[in-house]
Design a protein around this ligand. Sequence first.
Ligand SMILES: Nc1nc2c(c(=O)[nH]1)N[C@H]1C(S)=C(S)[C@@H](COP(=O)(O)O)O[C@H]1N2
Ligand SMILES: [Mo]
Length: 539
Amino acid sequence: MVYVTPDTAAVATPHPAQALWRPAAAGLAAALAGLGVAELTAAWIAPGASPVLTVGALVIDIVPPAVKDLVIGLFGTADKIVLIVTIVLVLLLVAGLAGILESRRPPFGRLLVVLIGAIALFAALSRSSASTLDAVPAVVAMGVAAIALTFLTTRLPVDRRTGHSATASSPEQVPIHLEEGGPDRRRFLVYTGITAGIGLLALAGTQFSAAATRAADAARALFTLPTPSVRAAAIPAGASLDVAGITPLITPNADFYRIDTALSVPRIDPRDWRLKITGMVENEVEIDFAELLALPLEESTTTLACVSNYVGGDLIGNATWLGYPIRELLARAKPTGNADMVLSTSQDGFTAGTPIEALTDGRNAILAVGMNGEPLPLEHGYPVRMVVPGLYGYVSATKWVVELKLTRFDQEQGYWTPRGWSAQGPIKLSSRIDVPRQGASVSAGSIVIAGVAWSQHVGISAVAVQIDDGPWQDATLADAISVDTWRQWAYTWQNASAGDHTVKVRATDAAGLVQTSATADVAPNGATGLHEISVSVSG
Ligand SMILES: Nc1nc2c(c(=O)[nH]1)N[C@H]1C(S)=C(S)[C@@H](COP(=O)(O)O)O[C@H]1N2
Ligand SMILES: [Mo]
């Protein structure tokens, strides 16, 4: 009889594959069970505390801005899916390790499980809107995974000859011969399968909660917006050019870019929604949804843009919004002389710092409830968000907004400012070529080049196009809706010759500023440079 201490077992591994896969499978099954049961618990009792999503939110909060840009650049709006898949893959990898560790050096596998659970717990509780209930899913995950891991690793098949667990190999390196399909092995497989199955079933069960979100969305769609007391400026017939493939003048809600730090879309019942105006004010104001809807609402068309939009990118959209001027609510609250910033807070904790000036100078800075004739879609801020012409979204467009605090730029910062982005974020003059597409092959002759240009709250006065190193040629501008919206443009390139060419676009704003060719990165306050495409013209 040979006795093996855990130490000798860990060093002597005659058949590594044989020795590893069962405990790794035990770890994976235990993690699946823990994750599944925890996600199901979260779905029903703490919708904001899904372990995967809160860990994802923590990752979003701590990654350096350069990594965030890289991920958005690489994956666009699929960035969230990439993040979730990465978190699950890392979890499964660590779970396999925990299984191996637990089979060789108990209780270190369980300790690893507790460590992962602690990270999830920290992630759930560090959100600004966290309640104690939000601790439950992570604790459930930890408990279920630890129990399942202990259960499975103590049922690993045993080597009949030495009496040792198959993972604890004998020190004299004798090959271990286990009867294939022996009763221990089969029992272990069945237990592991059942454990993993419980996890998968529980994960499938979270779909019922997804159904609840769809129900909330259905309720949203049933609710009818009040008639505006001020209609949006009529859209001139000449504002849309008749060019195939050009960006539509108004972006349909379903195609509107979405950028936020919320991994699960906040589900706010409008009956519970309230907005508080606090801070440096003479009167604190509080308003509920019914009161907001009863006010004279105004419609306006505004182009929203993200500071992370690189030159030529698509993190920009134009919609007709319905809402109430923020300046009217601020007037009720009576800001005191010192305040220069409104720090708006979302229900999920995101904040934006907006200059009071931009909210009170008469532009259409609104608390919006409608987008293109519909209540705001859930992911665009239902029931209420801010829209402020001229400023990037990160300093102005708070979705699911619940508080406006009057304060000062030297006292408070919005969410992105301590993360490497400027406190002030006016949208920069820019333009984009939509047709032809980058890399397109077109036939020689006359080729229509078209796109959009914008300089919110200033307006566009000219757009010019350059072919290769040729002279800048004026494009035709479509009519403007207002200075707060993008403007379509087109240019007909006559007698395009066969071969490879580059096309560049450059806009001039209504104040005479010409779009710079100097390139700047999106951080800290928006990209600059000229959009350039290459096309190949066939003869
Ligand atoms: N609550 C909340 N609001 C937010 C954000 C966020 O992360 N959370 N992101 C802002 C940013 S960076 C942008 S560009 C706009 C995007 O609005 P959209 O998703 O409706 O296009 O929302 C802004 N409002
Ligand atoms: Mo943004």
